[in-house]
Write a new protein. Structure first.
Length: 419
């Protein structure tokens, strides 16, 4: 029988009250979850095939790639869970200790959030990542996936719950909302008394809806208008390689580069080589070429599409790159300040002064020097996997791993002291 969202939330709260697992129990559960995902691969792939088939007419090839699972991706999901099991358990960590003159011992101790709700869209791997991180950090999770990936997410959660049952744990530690209408998303946003933290993970519309409408604590995540600025002192070959990776390795993700800023003194050398790499070589090899949307100056150097003002404020999530020529590192920083979503931004330069200026003045969650923005990822940061990329400043910023799914409380030990 299909449960309502409220019934699922009530079960999650009940599970939270009984969630007092040792580190060994958590790790055993995680390993069982990973094994269950692999042993249920056939069912998961069958469900995913139905999702992919139903989405072919409504999604472009890049978005289908986000949705589609394979043997290798399922193995990657399972190994991601195993990687989380290897991480230190943050729960119970003593962050600070103060002994007062009156003898009171005051300790600041890391504790779980409680019930964490995650609203996400069409990436099935988010299901396993979120479940693993929530369990390891001592939380119960309530997942609400997008309708495009519902069958896939449901199959993954069923496998995970089998894993939990196999080690004697409550299957309601991991929950999937069955209602895929907007009503269920609104229920999670307003579930005061049930949800301790809400994390939206998806496009700008989803994130804005959660931030604007949530009555429960909400983390702003994800939207990535990421920039790569090529300074006049850049190594051109290095710059081309980095931009190519940042744009084309997986354009559908939030850490892909959407805007390339080029210093005027290097533009005539760099831009023709950039076009050759992103457009000509890809066309000749049968790969999807990148559409270059050029400002007026860039358009005098290479061929492409004329950029509109909106192109510098768009998360394309596709093989499209906006290109602008700037006069200085300061202009690049100012442009990023006005147009970035404060996710991930990079400078390519061999000049140490410009590196320091850029990293000091660029107000983003991840600021890179001579490296691709594609590294903004929980796994790449050594977090095992991630719950999302926070672009806000309070509580969590950047890839959200185990510590970002905890809060703290003060434990005070005395011996009869009164005030």
């Amino acid at each position: 029988m299909e449960l309502t969202t409220l019934e699922i939330l009530k079960r999650a709260v009940e599970a939270k009250q009984s969630l007092k697992l040792t580190k060994e129990q958590k790790n055993a559960a995680l390993l069982a979850m990973a094994d269950a995902i692999e042993s249920n691969e056939e069912e998961i792939l069958a469900a995913n095939a139905l999702d992919v088939d139903a989405s072919k007419d409504s999604m472009n090839s890049v978005m289908i790639d986000r949705l589609k699972l394979s043997h290798d991706r399922i193995v990657g999901m399972a190994n991601g869970i195993r990687d989380v099991a290897k991480l230190d358990d943050p729960v119970g960590e003593v962050l600070a200790t103060v002994e007062r003159p009156n003898g009171l011992l005051i300790q600041k101790v890391r504790v779980p959030m409680g019930v964490v709700a995650i609203i996400y869209e069409s990436r099935p791997n988010v299901t396993s990542d979120a479940a693993a991180l929530a369990l390891k950090s001592g939380n119960v999770c309530v997942l609400r996936g997008g309708k495009e990936a519902f069958r896939s997410a449901n199959a993954i959660v069923e496998a995970i719950r089998k894993g939990l049952r196999s080690v004697g744990l409550n299957e309601n530690l991991v929950n999937l909302v069955q209602d895929i209408t907007r009503a269920s998303a609104n229920e999670l946003m307003t579930a005061v008394g049930y949800v301790d933290l809400l994390i939206p993970r998806g496009g700008a519309g989803l994130i804005r809806a959660c931030v604007d409408n949530a009555k429960v604590p909400c983390i702003e995540t994800g939207t990535g208008i990421c920039h790569v600025y090529v300074d006049e002192y850049a190594d051109i070959d290095k710059a081309i390689n980095i931009i190519n990776n940042a744009k084309t390795s997986r354009p559908s993700v939030c850490n892909a580069c959407e805007v390339c800023l080029v210093h005027k003194n290097i533009a005539r050398d760099l831009l023709p080589k950039l076009k050759a790499k992103l457009v000509d070589e890809r066309t000749n090899s049968g790969a999807v070429p990148v559409e270059l949307r050029l400002d007026e100056t860039a358009a005098t150097i290479i061929d492409g599409t004329s950029a509109s003002d909106a192109d510098f404020d768009t998360e394309f999530l596709n093989y499209i790159l906006a290109v602008k020529v700037v006069d200085s590192v300061d202009e690049a920083i100012n442009h990023i300040s006005k147009h970035s979503t404060h996710h991930s931004d990079a400078i390519i330069t061999e000049n140490k002064d410009n590196q320091e200026i850029f990293t000091a003045m660029t107000d983003s969650a991840a600021v890179y020097v001579n490296a691709s923005t594609r590294f903004t990822d929980g796994g790449e940061f050594g977090l095992g996997c991630e719950m999302g990329i926070s672009t806000q400043k309070l509580h969590a910023r950047g890839p959200m791993g185990l510590c970002e799914l905890t809060t703290y409380k003060y434990v005070i030990k005395g011996n009869g002291q009164i005030r």
